[in-house]
Design a protein around this ligand. Structure first.
Ligand code: F6R
Length: 615
């Protein structure tokens, strides 16, 4: 949700902090700031609302220098994204600065208490209570470390914080409580970097330690000492990270989103690697710790996620039920976590989160685990918080995704769930050898099919987008496995074009939404060749009869679709089970082209962030 970056070493911290924040900008980009300890260790703070360019300009006009500092890029929760509300926040005397991810749930009580003892607040944020509390604790505790520990223990909710003080110039103290974003600590030569995620450390180091929930670290230029929030020392485990897998650059593409759409055939190849064997044909998921007997004993599965990950999960649940005959349902993680669900060791809970950091999904998964369910995390980020909760992790292997709107991670999470469902079907003996062979064969064709779908879309989407870009709203309809893709299409369009869109089962439209249909409301109908095709045609003609424009997503060569559609986006013929994956391409590209036509900020759409680490 927000990004934290810190530096302590021998170089000038300011350019390192600014470039670190630029790499973290996808996590939040409504304001940013840095605090750097200058000569005499006095803290100098620069903050600017808007994109990080504004902070860069501020620093260029009046540069600040020092060998130690912290920075933050924000996604506002409490208080508007103004200069004053931007982080870092400082103590009354200005000698302590804090950057923070998360929400201080008891901030009203703490604020009242601090006000009663004479503190004035400069900002409208919940975060400001943190430096003020640290300052208060420093009156009775000997060190910054202890004051931060006491403070974090007093905060309700989930938090990640970094703090510097001019009184203890040789250190930065960081702490994590719950799931409000990660803290990765990267080690160089006599210098240490702190970041919300590994990706932002890539140009700097490959040696990294991760802070877990309920841990605190005191960092100096050559040492990192970790302890629990109740003061027990913990060994610092340093990981050597494969930095090549984090390579990120826009290449020749105008936007990361377009690049990431184009990368999907390659991403699909990566996710299949090592998980399907062609000779003998079989599915393999070596990272799953479940014995065949346990897989055979699962009586139900619940898939959890938020946003796009829920739509991917809706496809995945249908795969699992259809292939492995395990009753499967999908729940919104934020609702599930507060619902007293009935689970036991025969329940499988699968949580999908591309970032591995979504607070609602992490909490829901922890809740499921505490009730005895067996748990799997599907994520794109190795060693992300979700991987430390689940019994097993299946990585999406999509490569870094920078565009805020998920594209290749949506495709790869559906493929991972296809693999999971097929593996379960193989182990539960629901698939015959022939069926295993035919599913392996289908998946082997997937990267090429995705490439064809992209080629087809490149030919037609731009002109359809410019024809309809001024529409006041869009409806997306689909049936069966394609219903979640209709929902995803509407989500993608809303996120980056800011045009209102709804996605639904085509059967649902006549129960209310059809009232919205008029000449300014195009209906995108995902009508591929499958057993529900005729039903789709009926729903499309209901729209046509009300003078609505229908844009069909249809299988190539199905020319009869033209009787029921004004425009067509063609996708290649493919097995029914692959249709949701293939049909995702035109809905992504339509959203992209409409947003591009409207001149929007596609990679960093307004009000959004890539990792949602708050409730
Ligand atoms: C939409 C999008 C979001 C995320 C949602 C969950 O393009 O990216 O809807 O899907 O915020 O995020 P993860 O998958 O990181 O848990």
């Amino acid at each position: 949700m927000c990004g934290i970056f810190g530096y302590l070493g021998t170089q000038n911290a300011t350019p390192l902090l600014l470039s670190g924040l630029e790499r973290l900008a996808y996590r939040g980009y409504d304001s940013s700031g840095i605090a750097v300890a200058g000569q005499n260790n006095d803290l100098k703070v620069l903050k600017a609302s808007g994109k990080i360019e504004n902070l860069l300009k501020l620093n260029a006009a009046d540069p600040i220098e020092g060998i130690r500092g912290i920075g933050h890029t924000r996604w506002a929760t409490h208080g508007e994204p103004t200069d004053i509300n931007a982080h870092p926040h400082t103590s009354r005397l200005g000698n302590i600065a804090v950057v923070h991810n998360g929400i201080v749930e008891n901030f009203n009580d703490i604020k009242k208490m601090l006000k009663a003892s004479g503190h004035n607040f400069k900002s409208e944020t919940d975060t400001e209570v943190i430096p003020l509390l640290i300052e208060t604790y420093l009156k009775s505790t000997p060190s910054l470390e202890e004051a931060v520990r006491e403070t974090v223990n007093q905060l309700e909710g989930a938090h990640a914080i970094a703090c510097i003080s001019s009184n203890e110039p040789e250190k930065i103290v960081v702490a994590r409580k719950g799931n409000a974003g990660g803290i990765a600590i990267g080690f160089g030569d006599n210098e240490v970097f702190i970041s919300s995620d590994m990706a932002a450390l890539v140009p700097l180091t490959s040696k990294v330690a991760y802070l877990d929930s309920s841990e605190l670290a005191v960092i100096t230029s050559n040492k990192c000492r970790i302890s629990t929030l109740d003061g027990k020392p913990i060994e610092t485990k340093i990981h050597q990270v494969d930095i090549e897998s984090y390579a990120v650059a826009k290449g020749g593409f105008k936007h990361f989103m377009l690049k990431e759409i184009m990368e999907q055939p390659e991403a699909a190849t990566s996710v299949l690697r090592g998980r399907v064997s062609f000779s003998p044909t079989k599915f393999m998921l070596p990272s799953l710790p479940f014995e065949t007997k346990e897989i055979q004993g699962f009586s139900r599965a619940i898939f959890l996620g938020m946003g796009t990950s829920i739509y991917a999960a809706q496809v995945g649940a249908r795969y699992l039920e259809n292939f492995a005959r395990v009753p499967a349902s999908v729940e919104n993680a934020a609702e599930f976590r507060y619902r007293d669900s009935v689970l036991d060791e025969h329940s499988l809970v699968v949580a999908i989160s591309q970032s591995g950091e979504t607070a609602d999904t992490l909490e829901a998964l922890s809740e499921a685990k505490s009730k005895g369910a067996r748990t799997i995390a599907i994520t794109n980020v190795e060693a992300s918080a979700i991987t430390r909760i689940a019994d097993a992790t299946l990585l999406m292997h999509a490569g870094p995704e920078i565009g805020v709107a998920s594209t290749k991670t949506m495709i790869n999470s559906m493929i991972v769930m296809y693999l999971l469902a097929s593996y379960f079907a193989q182990e539960r003996k629901n698939f015959s050898l022939n069926e295993v062979e035919s599913h392996v064969h289908n998946l082997s064709k997937l990267p090429a099919l995705l490439g064809d779908a992209i080629e087809n879309a490149l030919c037609t989407v731009k002109s359809v987008a410019s024809k309809y870009a001024q529409s006041k709203r869009f409806l997306f309809i689909g049936r069966g496995l394609l219903e979640p893709i209709a929902r995803e299409g509407a989500m993608k369009l809303k996120e980056i074009s800011y045009i209102h869109a709804e996605g639904m089962s085509a059967a649902e439209i006549k129960h209310g939404p059809i009232a919205l249909v008029d000449q300014e409301t195009p209906v995108i109908a995902i009508a591929l060749n499958n057993p529900l095709y005729e039903k789709m045609i009926t729903n499309m003609s209901q729209v046509h009869a009300r003078k609505g424009n229908v844009i069909a997503i249809a299988t190539t060569k199905n020319s009869s679709i033209l009787n029921n559609a004004d425009d067509v986006l063609w996708v290649p013929e493919c097995p029914e089970s692959l249709q949701p994956i293939i049909a995702t391409i035109p809905v992504q590209m339509l959203a992209y082209e409409i947003a591009e036509h409207l001149g929007n900020d596609i990679d960093q759409p307004r009000n959004l962030a890539k990792s949602v680490t708050v409730e």
